[in-house]
Design a protein around this ligand. Sequence first.
Ligand SMILES: [Zn+2]
Length: 412
Amino acid sequence: MFEKEAICREREFKGEKAYQSLKALIWNLRLPSSFRVMLIESVLVPTLTWACELWGMQEALSKFPQKVLDSAVKGLVRLRRSASHTGADVVALEFDIMSVHQMASAARTRAYFKYPQLKSAIAQLMRNVPVTPRSRGLWSLETHIWLRQHSPHAFNRPPYQAVEWVKKDILSAYARSKRTTAHFKKYWDYHLSKSRDYVTQAKGFIRDTYAISCLHKVRTFAVLEGLRLAPERYQFRNNRCPCCLQPVPETIEHMLVTCPQWEVLREETGVSSIIQQISSGMRLSSSHRRDAVQHGVVPGSLKYESAVFSYLVGGTRSSSDRGVFPRWLLSKPLRHRDQILDQLGTAAPVPLFVVIARHCAILLRKRLALLRRNGIVAPARANAADVGMAALPHLPQVAGPGERQGEQPPPH
Ligand SMILES: [Zn+2]
């Protein structure tokens, strides 16, 4: 018998070694993200899923290699695995990287349907399965039972189609389950995966690589929102936006769509005209108007921020929508000649995702500088020239309402 758990722990160990050797490249936001995803998929994933036909379809076992994959995936937006900004599931969805459980189960499905058709000894083994009371733990029987239970559509199809069904069923089961993170739900509700193609198209805009990395951060919510600032900055967590000081919690939607602090920046980068197009373009016909009211695109309505945000970053409000906002993506993939033209600076008008990516890059930089100036976020440690090596300033403790009352030491 195989010790499946031992195999999986070994995969985790080997994968960690591979990840550490790639880490400097994966974390580098100035490399095109499609290249960094390729590194993960062609070096790390094969290491993690070695022999996964044996241990696939068992989610408890996949969690060992999954830990390493989570670290690598979060590294794509420069976050540690333990960072609570966003979940690894969101980032994986953005870059279309499957979970280890998905990949391993798909590989096992393929083996189950493919091996009997081969001309080698394995086909004989697969065909002559002894059916006895002791055959419960058999590989093929286990596979059959799992498929019946979790992906019944996979039967009676060619292996390559069965594999696709298994991948899809596992993902939709995960999206329905209670194990998803809050940001995964947001990503799923905004239908952001419809515009995932921009990761590939971004290869044509090589000078905007860093800006596009910032767009990844915004789309996967990997930004330190005011809601998630340190606990000692309690007054900014729910009550006020730390940038405009208005009494609204600072979310990423507020930052991008309505925060008055960045109004001028939105004018400069052309994002405010896109926002206007979004909020007025929906009123063309009465049915569009009804849609817009229903989904809250009308200014002043409660859902205005999130509705505009979803179109702005390439999502839609309902699955029946025609798709992402017009001109958000390139209508056809770039050819090599266009890429050269772009490098010479004579290319045709850029698609909206590049405009928004540039905006996000400036916004995130200016916001961080503002927060540091106001002492809300500690300055980077490496600015020894300005403030000396120990750059962390003294942050006065601000107690939240009802907090720190019980922490007094008891009197003796
Ligand atoms: Zn604000």
